[in-house]
Design a protein around this ligand. Structure first.
Ligand code: HEM
Length: 400
């Protein structure tokens, strides 16, 4: 067996652990095993200040699942469920089986950056007699004029977001989560998403969506001074059980791809305000050059059009409102009308949706060039508590 760098072998499963905590899987090529990638063995800790799956780099495969508590289930049963879910998530994200009767779906694939993130919906608090502790920020999202929402695929009492860099690992986690739900909660809706596979590009690059655009460039990053304030509820924030938590807005946004794909490249770029090839703003520079919204071209017109998505969505156009967009793409085949049922599982993370998603979507709803090619078909808002410490479960401070 050939080992890379400082790595040392740790057993029959072929797992190799390095001094940095980075692990690599060996590929058997006959006379020797060589590491194929570190993707399978990469581990994202479940325990921590914040839940995993918020600032974790985009994963290649994901499932979003919403549950409703069963009629007999209240706070006590919900607490037991969150305890089961947290225990399962801690095991799976460490690359261990879920339980003795594990399905075996991910037996040889490593944790593959698996994250399992839990959230509470508005209705959860009435069902568990915890209405008094429901955060004001969890007020239902206002209606938007372009909404065409399907209630059966929206909302719910509880939310589980699963992400992993391997589809079998992600599905394994989904099965375990469903089994844990037992008689306490029933699945309300579920949907599956994907992103680019890590390592598919020669160097790390911002992801693309199904419209072909580089998507995620102007996200807040942890290096920004105001990142934590924008994305997370402060440690001393209210309500106390949401300390270090975040609010996730989910929108299932179908793309009118047949129409979009017939649009000439120049028009596509005008709609967003960025170049398709490399995501550079139409005001000049490279992908990460700040957008100059005041710049005029030689033709006397604004370089970034008045209704360009990046202008209308920018914090500068929305009183500073910002959010961390961490989506998955989705593809559910063709609709009855023959159009692709595909688009973006838009997930935006923020400290308070009333100062993040809501004002931005209001603005987009009125004058965004991109909206002509989109349909918002499902929606949900989740209170995602802070991360659990070792030995704790997610939501313990609310439910104990
Ligand atoms: C920026 C695509 C929906 C908020 C962008 C960019 C693209 C994009 C390509 C430019 C690159 C970047 O900075 O990430 C899309 C697509 C959508 C969608 C395809 C739907 C399928 C939304 C929604 C919101 C939103 C619903 C919020 C309500 C933003 C924000 C930016 C952005 C805040 C950054 C603007 C800036 O500061 O430059 N989007 N977007 N987007 N989008 Fe969207």
């Amino acid at each position: 067996r050939r080992l890379l760098g400082t790595a040392t072998a740790t057993g029959a499963a072929g797992l190799v652990a390095g001094g940095t905590g980075v692990t690599a899987v060996l590929r058997d090529t006959g006379d020797e095993s060589v590491p194929l990638t570190t993707v399978g063995a990469t581990r994202v800790p479940f325990h921590g200040t914040h839940q995993a799956g918020i600032t974790t780099p985009l994963q290649a495969a994901g499932h979003l699942a919403a549950f409703d508590l069963t009629p007999g289930a209240g706070r006590k049963q919900a607490a037991a469920l969150l305890r089961r879910w947290s225990r399962t998530a801690a095991r799976l994200t460490a690359g261990e089986p879920a339980s003795d009767g594990d399905t075996g779906i991910a037996l040889d694939a490593g944790p593959s950056s698996l994250t399992v993130t839990f959230g509470f919906g508005h209705t959860f608090f009435d069902r568990t007699d915890l209405t008094a502790r429901r955060p004001a920020a969890l007020a239902p999202l206002p209606p938007f004029s372009a909404d065409a929402l399907d209630a059966r695929r929206s909302d719910g009492d509880l939310w589980v977001q699963i992400g992993a860099d391997d589809p079998l690992v992600a599905y394994h986690a989904l099965r375990a989560v469903l089994r844990d739900a037992g008689e306490t909660a029933t699945l309300r809706w579920q949907t599956r998403g994907f992103n680019r596979t890590p390592g598919a590009t020669a160097e790390p690059r911002t992801a693309r969506n199904l419209m072909g655009q580089v998507d995620g460039t102007n996200n807040p990053t942890p290096a920004d001074d105001d990142f934590a304030a924008r994305v997370f509820v402060p440690a001393a924030g209210q309500p106390d059980w949401m300390a270090n938590g975040s609010y996730a807005v989910f929108r299932r946004i179908r793309m009118l791809l047949d129409r979009w794909e017939t649009l000439p490249l120049e028009r596509q770029e005008r709609v967003i305000g960025r170049r398709k090839s490399d995501g550079a703003p139409l005001s000049g520079g490279g992908e990460h050059t700040p957008v100059d919204l005041g710049k005029f071209g030689a033709d006397g017109a604004l370089a970034v059009a008045g209704d360009a998505h990046v202008r209308v969505a920018a914090p500068a156009s929305n009183g500073g409102a910002a959010m961390l967009r961490r989506p998955f793409s989705y593809d559910d085949g063709l609709r009855d009308d023959g159009a692709p049922d595909a688009g973006l599982l838009f997930i935006a993370w923020q400290a308070d949706p009333r100062h993040g998603f809501v004002p931005v979507q209001r603005k987009l709803d009125r004058g965004d060039g991109l909206s002509r090619f989109l349909r918002h078909e499902a929606s949900a808002l989740w209170a995602v508590p802070g991360g659990a410490a070792d030995g704790e479960y997610v939501g313990q401070r609310l439910l104990e």
